[in-house]
Write a new protein. Sequence first.
Length: 135
Amino acid sequence: MSRSRPGSVPLGKPIVSVAPLLFLCLFLADSTAWSGEPRGKPAWAQGEVLFKLKSHAPFEEIGRIDKDSDADSHEEIAEVGFDTIRRVRSRSRSTEELIQVLMRNPHVAYAEPNFILYAGQTVPNDPSYSQLWPA
């Protein structure tokens, strides 16, 4: 008969870890925590769209886009090379409707929602990130 210290696990017997079970329970209990969207906060600015015109688009096309989208505001927000990223906000159209209207225009290269990034929503992919500050 072998003797072991109190609280120790004898060799040869499997140790069952509760960590995977705990993780699964937490995941199933609150799956919105893993969705990337903070609870109760929108994923994008409602009624706003970011878009880019194709390089051969005539300048007059901006006025047509404003009219078709019922624009409340329209502004240039970034220069990327020779291209301009624009934001349009509509008085009456939803984000989804704005994207459909813009993508029907042959002069629009792309249109997407104006996504909102919340603080704490992402973690840097730096493998040494956890070593930057002591716990």
